[in-house]
Design a protein around this ligand. Structure first.
Ligand code: PEP
Ligand code: MG
Length: 325
């Protein structure tokens, strides 16, 4: 399938009306890195670090992790890689940790909540990231941040880890970007100060959508019930884009919807300019973006919203059909 898109691999994802969208890839294994070259992705917008923890029967050592992070950065050859710290709990249970008996694990003790309450593992991972960078620029992103204070506490942990590395005489990254995933609706309403302070934000649409509609992402019965192109959801996303524009906070979207061409196009129409997706989606998404006039598409969405449509999908599909998409 990648071959079909080979001719546009080195071209930008620029719409007919001249708006360029940065397409990045999601990864989680060393084996994913060759796709960075093959897919034409501009960088790794989301590196899910939990896989290294999940595939073992004991906690990985810091030295193993820093070696891996270093190899990932080597393979990226200077392209930016956003490392997301451990996102466990909910559907991802570590075999060597006693599972918590929680009635609603998706709403439970997971991700940054574990990282802040039991900081040992997070500290070890932050140290491994700093050491793996070995002086190179580093981008770290904290998952499942639901309120401002969780971000500041996690960022403080990174500062402390930096200080430890400095005292030990290890080289520090020439630049550190600290970001958060926006995957709970609450963070979209965080105070302006949070948006000013956070280094960047990435919308985790999989979780954000499940919490927005109160519809379990693992439950087939309710999952498909609510369209990503539902106007309430798109309007919420647009609000986040506007807030980020006000504070000049770099924003991306890294949920699975970024890799679905029509969804990706609508995200771009709502103002998103960076999308991170599975590598195989880059070609199809880029191809559709390059054939679309985003200003016209945006108008179609605005009209659909004014008519009171539940989802903009029918209107968008009709527009694309007419335009030979
Ligand atoms: C998301 O929630 O959209 C996301 C990218 O994170 P994950 O799918 O790993 O929960
Ligand atoms: Mg998530």
């Amino acid at each position: 399938a990648q071959q079909r898109y080979a001719s546009i691999r080195d071209k930008t994802a620029t719409t007919l009306d001249g708006i360029t969208i940065s397409l990045q890839m999601n990864a989680g294994l060393m084996a994913d890195l060759p796709s960075l070259e093959n897919s034409g992705a501009e960088g790794v917008g989301l590196f899910r670090t939990e896989l290294q923890f999940l595939v073992r029967n004991q906690m990985p050592k810091r030295s193993e992790l820093s070696a891996l992070y270093s190899r990932v950065m080597d393979a990226a050859q200077g392209k930016r890689v956003v490392f997301r710290t451990l996102d466990i709990g909910s559907d991802k249970v570590l075999p060597y940790m006693t599972p918590e008996d929680e009635p609603n694990p998706a709403l439970g003790w997971r991700a940054i909540r574990v990282g802040l309450d039991k900081p040992g593992v997070m500290r070890m991972q932050l140290q491994a990231l700093l050491r793996g960078a070995n002086g190179r620029p580093l981008a770290v992103m904290f998952p499942f941040v639901a309120q401002y204070e969780e971000y500041t506490r996690a960022a403080e942990e990174l500062e402390k880890a930096k200080e430890r590395e400095r005292i030990l005489g290890h080289p520090l990254p020439e630049r550190i970007e600290i970001g958060a995933m926006l995957e709970t609706p609450s963070l979209g309403f965080a105070p302006q100060k949070f948006f000013e302070e956070v280094g960047f934000l990435s919308i985790g649409g999989n979780d954000l959508k499940q919490f927005f509609f109160a519809a379990d992402r693992e439950n087939e019965r309710v999952r498909r019930r609510y369209d990503t192109l539902n106007i309430s959801f798109l309007s919420f996303l647009e609000g986040i884009v506007n807030r980020c524009n006000t504070t000049k906070t770099p924003l991306s979207f890294c949920g699975e919807d970024a890799g679905r061409p029509i969804e990706a196009l609508c995200l771009a129409a709502m103002g998103l300019r960076t999308l991170s997706m599975r590598p195989a989606s880059i070609g199809p998404v880029k191809s559709l973006i390059r054939r679309t006039n985003l200003t016209q598409l945006r108008q179609i969405i605005v009209d659909s919203r004014e008519r009171g449509d539940q989802s903009v999908r029918p209107a968008v599909m009709e527009f694309l059909r007419k335009n030979g998409g």
